[in-house]
Write a protein that binds this ligand. Sequence first.
Ligand code: PLP
Length: 411
Amino acid sequence: MSSFLNKQSDGKVMVDKVFKAAIKAKEAKEIFGSDNVVDATLGTLFDEDGVFVAFDSVWGPYESINKIQKAKYAGSIQGNPSFRDAVTKWLFEDVTEELHFEILATPGGAGAISSTMKNILNPGESVIKPSQGWGPYKTMATEFDIKLQDYNMFKDGHFDVEDFKKTLQNVMNQQGKILAIINDPCHNPTGYTMSGQEWDEVIEFVNELSKQGPVVLLNDIAYVDYNNQGNEWKKHFGKFSKLSNNAMAVIAFSTSKTLTAYGARAGAAVAITNNATELSKFINAGIYSARSIWSTVNNSAMELFALVTTDELLLKNYMKEKQYYVDLLKERADIFVGESHEVGLDIYPFVEGFFVTIKVQDNIEKEALNLKLQKNNIFTVEVDGGLRIAICSVSREKLKGLAKRIKDIMN
Ligand code: PLP
């Protein structure tokens, strides 16, 4: 009998490794008590008492948004003008270069990434992603019948610019066009942040390569507001003004981590290019995709972002509360990364952010180690080339000695 589903969807099953691991951790906590379990699975902030963090400086002001705003549809399919203005200020306030850009509001960073894949590539073409990367990149590509090609993330403790170039050149030779994802700063799952020089090399190469065909760089900045340089890092966006006429950057912005508003589903695709015709086509296609897939973005989430980031006092409170967690993440990282180096636990190059990843290249070894850790009530997430420790959700107390415990279990 033939399937009810079409060929593309028949047999698809979503297996989310993060949620799967989190369920195992939850079961262990119910049996052994949460004090005896290290749950390093979830990529959301938890405080030192293991309580989910929902910023007071965000969810307090939410109560002041009137019910009609909360109930209403968004003011525009492209996203409320007040939201787009707030995103512009949030990202580009300190950028001195002139940028030509358009903003499409999306349901989180996920909406920005998937709609970009859909509108840039034809089915059968390849999107380029880092060798260690966020799992849903694969899911999204598969959804649109797009293939994946990896560039190697690291060489000698730094971004492997040479492999990035080689991969882009190969794909350009095959399909005459490039869509490449760079998740920076605070890369998920390794916590790497590229240097200014690494970015300069990327931009220079993109301009050179764009002589052979269009190049679109997708800069996934889901964790941008947790980098240690603060807003200073965002000056980086000025580099996109230098892109040639045959290149474009799309920033995938998300309020999920920025506001601790993961479930509110607001974000944006911010396209930057000096090519006015292509910019206009990209934004129009994005608005079309929006209307046909998610329709409009959550009105109250857009209002909330605009409110918190433009009211002087609310912004001050928010920045203070967020900084506490940026500092806390740094302290947690100092413990785990410092101890990993001391005991010789092999981790990927780490700079900052929500995650650290233990290097285990072999898949069988990785699964075996993960099972052993689970038996010892340590729960991590299997990612390409390793096991991810979400330091965003583990207290300093539980991180102390964890690297040695893992190293001992490995041996
Ligand atoms: N990109 C990365 C690397 C992420 O880790 C996430 C969330 O976990 C996202 C994008 C997008 O998240 P959301 O769709 O909630 O904004």
